[in-house]
Design a protein around this ligand. Structure first.
Ligand SMILES: Cc1cc2nc3c(=O)[nH]c(=O)nc-3n(C[C@H](O)[C@H](O)[C@H](O)COP(=O)(O)O)c2cc1C
Length: 195
């Protein structure tokens, strides 16, 4: 089967929502294709409010991939503004947190879908840590990025400098809900309630 035919089979699966839940199994059983990186597919992602997790779940099911959540050992603050302040400090100082866990046997994967939200106009610090902690040489990296309306900022340059030796494909980029907007609207609502 050619790469085109391989893609077509994914498209056929994606065309029918009812097939989505079956897709992971069907795709996982496909034999290796010429021109397609050998090895398993990994979907690694970071999320705070869940937008990126939704995309990761879809990719994982359609592609029959393994799923890995990137987490620092200590979670970021629940409070949005404290989280923004910490992420800004870490970005400005170039801090790279350690990771709660690493991918077992990264060598087994030929393709890595890497998903993350934009924080402070760039890739979050744990994404830099993830890229440093795993040898992606010879692998295909397929980024998927969510942002709150201001675009990908410097994140693609971070991938270029940190994903040493990987072939980086064009990123899938999507504007998604901003927690700040939700926060402000809920605060306004609560402020209008007479206690
Ligand atoms: C710490 C922090 C910083 C953010 N900085 C930006 C930014 O610079 N530009 C932007 O468009 N959105 C920014 N956002 C919004 C997120 O990128 C966006 O809402 C994203 O979809 C959240 O993904 P998640 O639900 O997977 O966490 C920021 C969010 C957080 C938590």
């Amino acid at each position: 089967m050619t790469q085109g035919a391989h893609r077509l089979s994914r498209r056929a699966v994606l065309a029918t929502p009812a097939m989505l839940s079956l897709a992971g199994t069907a795709c996982a059983r496909e034999p290796e294709q010429p021109g397609i990186p050998s090895g398993k597919t990994l979907v690694a992602y970071l999320t705070r409010s869940g937008n990126t997790r939704v995309i990761a779940g879809i990719v994982q099911r359609v592609w029959g991939a393994d799923l890995f959540e990137i987490r620092p050992p200590r979670p970021y603050p629940d409070d949005y503004e404290q989280h923004v302040a910490q992420a800004t400090r870490e970005r400005d100082s170039g801090f790279e947190p350690s990771l709660a866990a690493k991918v077992d046997n990264i060598a087994a994967f030929g393709t890595v879908f890497l998903g993350f939200p934009i924080w402070g106009e760039t890739a979050p610090p744990p994404i830099r840590s993830f890229l440093k902690a795993h040898d992606l040489r010879g692998k295909t990296l397929r980024p998927f990025i969510t942002h709150g309306g201001y675009g990908v900022g410097g994140s693609l340059a971070v991938l270029a400098t940190h994903a040493t030796g990987a072939t980086i494909e064009d990123a899938f980029v999507m504007e998604a809900d901003q927690e700040r907007r939700t926060l402000n609207q809920v605060r306004d609502w609560l402020g209008q309630i007479n206690s």
